[in-house]
Design a protein around this ligand. Structure first.
Ligand SMILES: [Zn+2]
Length: 187
């Protein structure tokens, strides 16, 4: 855990909505972001089943539009945290993968590993819907292979998050691998 994160744990006595037996534990983490902002993350966990949930509350608002890039070169980098606003475009150029912003997009908070899982799920579904002799299959399998290696920290790639309004974040595990390039705000 980064020294910039402050943790506190609180035990509440409300029951788990999933299993109805366990108690929900709330873990509160405050992050100091690289640009001076702060963000509060509430993590809810059941002590009996595996129910869990996250809530993110930006304590100050980063409205710096820009392009955030994170170089992932080892397994530890997969722990870097990503917070994407609905206006953020997320890309892995080396794997030709991207998530476009859209009105249906959610805010989401995860780590690099979580993003790779999302991509893998999406690419796998896409592959399932192809005809058996579709020429794309070879290419798709190649992407799936690379994703697998990436999840094991055996494939270098860049995670790029472009946010024209500001509000998205990358919290790097290793700050030397992170760059932020400001862009002019699109009104
Ligand atoms: Zn439970």
């Amino acid at each position: 855990m980064s020294e910039k994160a402050k943790n506190s744990e609180k035990h509440f006595s409300f029951n788990c909505p999933a299993c109805k037996q366990g108690k929900i534990k709330i873990k509160k983490t405050t992050y100091d972001l690289p640009d001076g902002d702060k963000m509060l993350i509430l993590k809810f966990e059941c002590n009996v089943c595996n129910f869990h949930n996250n809530d993110i509350i930006p304590l100050t608002t980063n409205m710096n539009p820009g392009i955030m890039s994170l170089k992932v070169t080892e397994e530890e980098d997969l722990k870097s945290k990503i917070y994407r606003s609905p206006l953020g475009k997320l890309e892995i150029p080396e794997l030709e993968l991207k998530v476009e912003p859209g009105p249906g997009a959610d805010f989401y908070y995860t780590n690099v590993e979580g993003i790779l899982f999302r991509f893998e799920a999406a690419v796998s579904i896409y592959r399932k819907n192809l005809e058996e002799k579709d020429p794309q299959i070879e290419e798709i399998d190649d992407i799936l292979n690379k994703l697998k290696k990436a999840m094991e920290g055996k494939c270098n790639f860049t995670l790029k998050l472009t946010d024209p309004q500001g509000g998205s974040y990358i919290i790097p595990h290793d700050e030397s691998k992170y760059t932020f390039e400001r862009i002019e705000k699109i009104e």
